[in-house]
Design a protein around this ligand. Structure first.
Ligand code: 5RP
Length: 227
């Protein structure tokens, strides 16, 4: 089974968790896209009436094109269920997100939801988070000073750039500093707290205590549901 088929399978499975009348939070990324596509199909086939709140313009446009009503987050302080992907997830359901640069909005949706359902393929499973990069969203104003403070914690990283080699700007109008660890940090919660104390840091891509059910798709076709 290809990775795309695995993502489609977990997306389809997650779509079966949506009930008529729900307000659904939409994550961002290739796996979240598979969920959105399955949700559109399910709404059409079963005449489900749902509303959605999106973590990015990309996800909002995709869902709206498929006929799903999109609400402004500021009109929907409570969300029934959010379905989103992840870059890394450990056995304690701690995650790193933000590969698509949408983690601040994704975290707001997850925190506003009764449940965040995480959909991943097996390549996202890690024994400890911090194998890949940790995105940190930073206010552009004073960002070189903010970067110095981060580096003074002994952390290394790079500004996220676009393919055209300009600074990547998030939908919130901020920049991203992608931290690389020499090895996964044993206490990621401490690093998260230290980073949040730096003026100019909006949020990190660490997600703690937010994941509900985790749907893991395997290349052999299995889907595991971790409660
Ligand atoms: C976007 C995210 C995504 O959920 C994460 O990057 C996983 O993306 P994909 O499903 O494309 O692998 O956090 O900000």
């Amino acid at each position: 089974m290809s990775l795309l088929l695995v993502k489609q399978a977990v997306g389809e499975k997650a779509a079966t968790l949506i009930k008529n009348g729900m307000i659904v939070g939409l994550g961002t990324g290739s796996t979240a896209n598979c969920f959105i596509d399955s949700l559109i199909l399910r709404c059409r086939r079963e005449k489900l009436s749902i509303q959605a709140v999106a973590s990015s313009h990309q996800s909002a446009d995709r869902a709206a094109k498929g006929g799903i009503e999109i609400l402004d987050i500021n009109e929907a302080p409570r969300i029934d269920i959010t379905v989103d992907g992840a870059d890394e997830i450990d056995p304690l359901k701690r995650m790193i997100k933000g590969g698509g640069g949408a983690h601040v909005r994704e975290k707001i949706l997850a925190a506003a939801s009764r449940e965040m359902v995480v959909i991943v393929d097996e390549s996202k499973l890690v024994p400890q988070i911090g194998v890949g990069k940790l995105p940190v969203e930073i206010l552009y104003y004073g960002s070189p000073a903010t970067r110095l403070k981060i580096e003074n914690l002994g952390l290394k990283g790079m500004w996220r750039m676009t393919e055209e080699d300009s600074l990547f700007i998030t939908e919130n109008g901020n920049v991203l500093f992608d931290i690389s660890f020499d090895s996964p940090p044993p206490f990621p919660e401490e690093i998260h707290e230290e980073l949040l104390h730096i003026p100019g840091v909006i949020d990190t891509g660490f997600f703690f205590g937010l994941a509900g059910r985790v749907l893991v798709g395997y290349l052999d076709g299995r889907i595991e549901i971790r409660d």
